[in-house]
Design a protein around this ligand. Structure first.
Ligand SMILES: Nc1ncnc2c1ncn2[C@@H]1O[C@H](COP(=O)(O)OP(=O)(O)O)[C@@H](O)[C@H]1O
Ligand SMILES: NC(=O)OP(=O)(O)O
Length: 314
């Protein structure tokens, strides 16, 4: 099967959300052990990943160092995260494959994602990035013109523009590499957001695209059999955070749609994952899975009972 796996930010930072290079490297190594397990079972894998913590941290570094070195824009920061996370994934993936006696070429592609310059996402920031801060510190930055949002018990988080992904411009390149037997890492951080001008030129714009929404688009464009959204919980739940919370197992697109419309999934976390999973199936995909990283290999092969939350056309 051709499987597109989307790795959440949780898979690439330490257990406490730590984004030190050591914590990120260790988390990615663990993630790649699970991805290598899927490959070892004979599946073709395309990987994409988030960049929320990393792109937010890079933006802060640029802002703080602006008096000393020229700052770069948010799209440049996004491109830089693709490079750093991409090479770290390749190192870890190759090591985990080698440990399983698998010799496969892998490549990480700098990828641009086309968005619409008129997208309402540019006027209403929704994408949480960077670190969490306590209320008082967030309000100092709000007073300086930044947009921050209360994200619950972890604290406040900066939010930035997040337009809808329309097309991953490197889709053809990815297809070619897959045809040549490569394992491909692509569209990291949802892809570098770009717009096309009336004269056909493409240029970057300041935003961070939701990587799960781009993953759904890419999975469809690559005719993937399964979209796997790997995060830190085994199932999407209804009644999340209440005494009556219930894990969702296998369910139809229509059933999931009903829960989503009832507001069961938080925006900026489970909400976009469910939306992406539904879009892939609505667009003709056979199956979307939302589950924890350590269950991805089992989830891909399980049927009855299902592992994780599995959405099927119904
Ligand atoms: N209905 C829900 N079911 C399960 N988890 C939920 C739900 N609503 C919100 N969440 C939260 O969503 C988180 C996963 O989203 P997020 O932190 O953005 O993941 P990632 O960084 O892996 O992409 C879970 O850890 C959980 O706290
Ligand atoms: N770009 C993006 O969606 O990143 P996270 O998954 O880390 O939030």
């Amino acid at each position: 099967m051709r499987i597109l796996i989307a790795l959440g930010g949780n898979a690439m930072t330490g257990p406490d959300g730590s984004a030190t290079p050591q914590a990120q490297g260790a988390a990615i190594r663990t993630a790649m052990a699970h991805v290598a397990e899927v490959i070892a079972r004979g599946h073709e894998v395309v990987l994409t990943h988030g960049n929320g913590p990393q792109v937010g941290n890079l933006l802060v570094k640029n802002e703080l160092a602006a008096a000393v070195v020229p700052p770069v824009s948010l799209d440049w920061c996004g491109a830089q995260t693709q490079g750093t996370i991409g090479f770290t994934i390749l190192d870890a993936l190759e090591a985990e494959l080698r440990a399983r006696g698998i010799d496969r070429p892998a490549a990480a592609i700098v990828s641009r994602t086309l968005v619409d310059a008129g997208d309402p996402g540019f006027t209403k920031p929704t994408k949480p990035i960077g670190r969490f801060l306590p209320d008082a510190e967030a309000h100092v930055l709000i007073a300086h013109g930044q947009t921050w949002e209360d994200r619950g018990e972890k604290g406040w988080r900066r939010v930035v523009a997040s337009p809808e992904p329309i097309e991953v411009l490197e889709t053809g390149t990815i297809r070619t590499l897959l045809g040549a037997g490569y394992l491909v890492v692509a569209a990291g951080g949802g892809g570098i957001p770009v717009v096309r001008t009336t004269d056909g030129e493409v240029h970057g714009v300041e935003a961070v695209i939701d990587k799960d929404l781009t993953a759904a688009l890419l999975a469809q464009a690559l005719d993937a059999d399964v979209l796997v959204i790997a995060t830190d919980v085994e199932n999407a739940m209804i009644g999340w955070g209440t005494p009556g919370q219930r894990a969702l197992s296998a369910l139809s697109l229509a059933e999931m749609q009903g829960y989503a419309e009832a507001g069961e999934f938080a925006s900026g976390s489970m909400g976009p994952k469910v939306e992406a999973a539904m879009r892939f199936v609505a667009g003709g995909g056979a199956r979307s899975i939302i589950t924890s990283l350590d269950r991805i290999a089992d989830a891909v092969e399980a049927s009855d009972p299902a592992v994780g939350t599995v959405i099927h056309p119904g």
